[in-house]
Structure formats: C-alpha cells, structure tokens
Design a protein around this ligand. Structure first.
Ligand SMILES: Cc1cc2nc3c(=O)[nH]c(=O)nc-3n(C[C@H](O)[C@H](O)[C@H](O)COP(=O)(O)O)c2cc1C
Length: 306
C-alpha cells in the first residue's frame, strides 16, 4: 500500500498538505509539521509590500461547530524578509509551496519574479484580495481577472501554478475554467466562506474588521461539493486539492472520493500537539485503505462519481 500522490509533475509522500496561513507563519513550525508526517506545506500568503494585517480581534473560535471565524488580513513581512526565511526552510528540504496574493497581475508577477529562482515546488495563487478594479470585489469572483492574472504569471515562471478558489461564487467551475484556460496546473478548493459573528451584549460584530471568513468543520460539506463539481467538469484533466474542515482521517477520504488527489489542512491543526493529529490522520487513511482494499491514493480519487 502506498500513500504517495501526484499533483501534476510533483510527487508527494502522502496527500496531506498544510493549508496557507493558519499555522504557516513561522518556519520552524512548517518544518516541524512536515517532519511530523505531512506531504508538503504551503506558506502564509505573501505580497509585494510589508503589511500589518487587520485590527484585533482577528480570530474567534466557534467551538460549538468546531470552526473559526477570522480576518487576519494579509499580515506579512514583504517579499525581501520573506525570501530570507524561506531560504532557511528550503535548506532543510521541506517540499514548500509559496502562496501569493496581490491586487493585480503586476503585483503577482513581482512576487513570482522575486522568488522563482528558489527550489520551491509550486506557487499557490490566492485570489481573495480585493482587486484594484472599480467595484473592488475579490479577484477570485471575477473570471476575466482570474484568467488575466494566471496567464501573466504563467508567462513569468515554469514552476507549477496552483489556483486557490473562493467558495463565495455562484459557479465555482466557471472561475476554475478561467484559471485552467490561463494555464494553471492544479486547482485548490476552497478558501474561507464569508461570515460574521455578533456579540449580542455589546451589539456589535466581534471581529475588529467586522466581516471575516469561516473555516473549520462547518466548511467541509461546502469544500467537498466544490471538489465534486470540479472533478465532474475536469476529471483527470487537472489535479484538484481539497481544503476545508478536515478534522479526521475520514474527512480526507471524503475529499479523495469527491475527486481530490490531495488535501490541505488548516484549522484543525491549531491545537497544542498538531503532530499527534497528523499521525492520527495518517493511521486512519491507512486503515480505510486496508479495509477497502485500496493500494494507492489514485484508486480512491473520484470514487464517488458513479
Ligand atoms: C487564521 C487563518 C489564516 C489564513 N490565512 C490564509 C492565507 O494567508 N492565504 C490563504 O490562501 N488562505 C488562508 N487561510 C485559509 C486556509 O488556508 C484554508 O483555505 C481554510 O481555513 C479552510 O481550511 P480549514 O477548514 O482546514 O482551515 C487562512 C485561514 C485561517 C483560519
């Protein structure tokens, strides 16, 4: 039995990848999580300029639904400082995917050009930032803009490009088609869902930014459906990476059956000993494979499409 999986030209030792941002702010943490058994890690999204992020509180736990609402913004040290830290991580051979955000194609290209000489495994394009277009809507909701940016970035690098899709759209396959047409190598579904939480005594939204994004268990059925829809549209034409609400090994299997070749995991690893969670996920996936006589991840992918 083998847990290895392929995402285009990239082979991972298993399908579990750290999702961007939740824990990926310190490089020692990224390395520790890889050593605990992940297949790869995605960094926090990085942009051209240093940014301090949104007002506190920026994260609020919704324990009753094992979820989190957050609006950390794009707090990051800017490309120069980021590059120095990244080089340290890459020295320890951790398969690393760099997440990038920007306002427009010029900003995306600047970050790619500043990092593409490093031994990173792929870029993941995060389109949840507001564009510089008149309405300022999130880039990931506009298929023309998604196409334009992916095409531009594609022209700037030969490294694999993953596009992370937003669930805040009417038809996720339309945005995905624009990304595929632009030349991306994998689709990642999904980012956080627009959400809010209100303090009923103070009678105001709890997050400093008022509005935030939902992650954690409540997001899982939304992510699973997105992956299922994408697989129905693209089948094996493009690899799909499932994200949202993975708390158990069984959740990983669900994403694989929906059509994913691998998964990203975020919120559930925000515990005191994420290493134990990772080992437990792996054990559960192996057990399911044994019980169902699967010998490879590839055999599970898309199995729910009959
Ligand atoms: C605190 C926090 C910070 C995040 N930062 C980023 C980020 O920088 N870039 C990004 O693409 N997604 C970011 N995300 C979204 C996650 O990568 C992931 O798509 C989402 O949380 C759903 O997965 P999960 O339910 O396993 O957490 C963030 C999520 C949280 C909760």
């Amino acid at each position: 039995m083998s847990l290895t999986t392929k995402i285009g030209s990239l082979t991972l030792r298993n399908p579990m990848i750290l999702a961007s941002g939740v824990l990926g702010t310190s490089y020692s943490t990224l390395r520790r999580l890889y050593e605990a058994g992940l297949g790869a890690v995605v960094t926090k999204s990085i942009g051209v300029h240093p940014t301090s992020g949104n007002a506190n509180p920026s994260i609020f736990a919704l324990n009753d639904i094992r979820s989190v609402i957050s609006s950390v913004g794009f707090a990051n040290p800017g490309i120069q400082v980021f590059r120095e830290d990244l080089e340290i991580l890459l020295e320890s051979s951790v398969p690393t995917i760099v997440s990038i955000y920007g306002k427009n194609k010029e900003e995306f290209s600047k970050v790619v050009n500043g990092l593409k000489d490093l031994s990173i495994k792929a870029f993941e394009l995060n389109f949840s930032y507001s564009s510089t277009r008149k309405d300022g809507a999130q880039i990931g909701t506009d298929s023309d803009l998604v196409y334009e940016i992916v095409k531009e970035v594609r022209a700037n690098t030969t490294l694999p490009l993953w596009v992370k899709l937003s669930p805040n759209v009417n038809e996720i396959t339309e945005i995905a088609s624009a990304a595929v047409k632009g030349g991306c190598d994998a689709l990642v579904a999904v980012n956080t869902l627009k959400a809010m939480v209100i303090d009923i005594q103070a009678k105001i939204p709890i997050l400093g930014n008022k509005r935030g994004g939902l992650s954690g268990a409540a997001l899982k059925p939304i992510g699973v459906r997105a992956v299922y829809d994408l697989y129905e549209q693209f089948e094996k034409e493009i690899p799909i990476i499932g994200v949202g609400g993975i708390y158990r090994g069984e959740d990983i299997i669900e994403y694989l059956l929906a059509g994913a070749t691998s998964v990203e995991i975020g919120t559930s690893l925000g515990v005191a000993y994420p290493e134990n969670m990772i080992k437990f996920f792996q054990m559960k996936v192996k057990k399911y494979m044994e019980q169902n006589e699967f010998v490879s991840i590839d055999e599970i992918t898309g199995g729910a499409h009959k």
